[in-house]
Design a protein. Sequence first.
Length: 89
Amino acid sequence: MKTPTDLIFEAAPYVVKSQCIVRLPQPISNQLPSRGQVSVVGRVHGCEFATVLEPDGYGGHWLRIDAHLQAAAIKVGETTKFELRTTNV
């Protein structure tokens, strides 16, 4: 069994069709165990969460920023530090 992968990166969330998302940098996405959906737990601004990273169709992944995370002081267009750990390895 593989061990979980720790992923730390900075990115700026943006809005696509009313959804706030952040695209993982390609070098970070390349470290994931799958080109498909990947379950993760994470932390941003001290707020912990669990979610699924979605494939973008181009070999990368994106993360939806839900209302809970937006309340953790995440602002569209503002670079934010994300800490993720894969859970489905």
